[in-house]
Design a protein around this ligand. Structure first.
Ligand SMILES: Cc1ncc(COP(=O)(O)O)c(C=O)c1O
Length: 459
């Protein structure tokens, strides 16, 4: 047998460093780091090759719902694997993709059709193409609606369209010349509003800025694109009450499409199954991903209203159909997994459990404020953020004795049997949605210890 098959025997850490290129990682730092090799997932814990257990404090990049190895989901995957592993939606149908689409349409008020892709970035690419082509199909040669408006601090993924819309300079500067033009307007990041005005006035300023763009470009805007409920990657910015409703109203008033990204915030993360319903807003197109398969398999979905879908109908020669598809679009294993997952949401009354866990987080989050390096704490549903700053100011705490703060947070957490992945100086707690009360308390205790350890190192 070749040595590379002997995965249980070799030195996995060394081989990782020799062969694997990790995402969003400075690999020269990585070579000096000592990240665990995870070999098993059990409930809310990840277990490494030495048997150490780590509480999964970021739901394996914000997607895990039930913890790891949940029997019903694993069984659904195995059952489907035995019957049909993959069959294309190019020219054929398959049962799990039909059942899932029906479930999603019944769940998402106002939506009529489901288009499948593999991850959140591609779901947003599809959403953008749908929005742009909708106007092209509808208005033909007189179409002038080609512009997109998006929010500052937004993030929609790493493909070229998604980077254009969710432009974060620090991430995407090298690719800037490849990106298409998007008009960005301020988002309601109240802690860093950068203007001498009260919170309510700032929210109004954000809304007015959007209206200004819509008015100045009347008849030319195809869509307003934004995350639904909160911007997570941009800093866990939770929208103030009424903000999204107002954006939705403006889109209707200016006859512009609203495209919402619920990849990270839908399906329970913010405490609601469908966040745009909770926000009293109505998109024309919406994307889901991450938690759709409980975090077990790659799958995403872009849902469109009937009005959008109908604009793609016509004679073949008109070329109105959506020119998009992936090899694994509607993969039956991933769809069967998602169906089992959504059924469990209902059977277990997950959303009401999330509400009580969320109340516990809200209560306990206040404990972080006693540290002078904690500038702000933000929370909604099963998302919490602790923004670390230089004591007695608002400057982000970016380094600690020449070490990047995110590395320091991760290392301090790992020492305590907790896996965290901060956004620079913003510590995120994004646990699996179904985390039990005991583990949730433990997560917050350990996170408090991490902040305490960092505060001592700062002194
Ligand atoms: C709001 C939002 N949209 C899209 C994406 C991209 O999803 P994926 O990483 O599955 O491509 C993310 C990922 O974090 C996200 O947070």
């Amino acid at each position: 047998m070749h040595e590379y098959y002997a995965y249980k025997n070799g030195n996995l850490k060394t081989r990782d460093k020799t062969y694997v290129w990790h995402p969003y990682t400075q690999m020269s730092d990585w070579l000096r780091m000592d990240a665990p090799v995870i070999v098993k997932g059990e409930g809310f814990y990840l277990i490494d090759d030495k048997g150490n257990r780590y509480l999964d404090g970021v739901a394996s990049m914000w997607c895990n719902v039930w913890g790891h190895s949940r029997r019903e989901i694993v069984d659904a995957i195995i059952e489907q694997v035995r019957v049909l592993q993959h069959s294309t939606l190019f020219g054929l149908c398959n049962e799990p993709s039909i059942v899932l689409a029906e479930l999603l349409v019944k769940m998402a008020k106002g939506m009529g059709k489901v288009f499948y892709s593999d991850d959140g970035s591609t779901a947003m690419e599809v959403a953008i193409k749908m929005a742009i082509q909708y106007w092209h199909n509808k208005l033909g040669s007189s179409n002038k609606r080609r512009e997109i408006i998006a929010l500052e601090h937004g993030y929609h993924g790493d493909t070229v369209g998604a980077m254009s819309i969710g432009y974060i300079e620090h991430f995407f500067k090298p690719y800037q010349h490849l990106l298409f033009k998007v008009r960005h307007v301020p988002s309601p990041y109240l802690y860093r509003k950068g203007r001498e005005m009260g919170d309510a006035d700032y929210v109004q300023y954000c809304i007015d800025s959007l209206e200004h763009e819509l008015k100045a470009n009347e008849g030319r805007v195809a869509a307003v694109v934004m995350e639904s409920g909160a911007q997570i990657a941009g800093g866990a910015i939770v929208y103030p009450d009424g903000y999204q409703r107002e954006v939705s109203r403006l889109c209707k008033r200016y006859d512009t499409l609203l495209v919402l990204d619920e990849v990270a915030t839908g399906l329970g993360r913010l405490g609601s199954m469908v966040e745009y319903i909770a926000q009293d807003s109505m998109p024309d197109i919406v994307a889901f991903g991450k938690m759709l398969t409980a975090g077990y398999l790659p799958l995403a979905a872009t849902l469109a209203s009937d009005e959008i879908f109908n604009a793609f109908l016509g004679r073949y020669e008109e070329g109105k159909h959506l020119f998009h598809g992936h090899t694994f679009t509607g993969n039956p294993i991933a769809c069967a997994c998602a169906v089992a997952n959504l059924r469990l949401y209902e059977q277990e009354g997950l959303i009401s459990k999330v509400k009580s866990s969320s109340a516990l987080i809200a209560r306990r989050l206040e404990e972080f404020r006693c540290y002078p390096i904690v500038g702000d704490v933000r929370h909604k549903g099963m998302l919490a953020a602790i923004e670390l700053v230089k004591a007695n100011g608002k400057d982000p705490l970016l380094t600690l004795s020449c070490r990047r703060i995110n590395y320091a947070i991760m290392e301090e957490a790992l020492k305590r049997g907790l896996f965290l992945r901060p956004l620079g100086h913003i510590m995120l707690l994004v646990p699996p949605l179904a985390i039990g009360r005991e583990e949730l308390d433990m997560l917050i205790d350990k996170a408090l210890e991490v902040v305490g350890a960092i505060a001592r190192l700062v002194e």
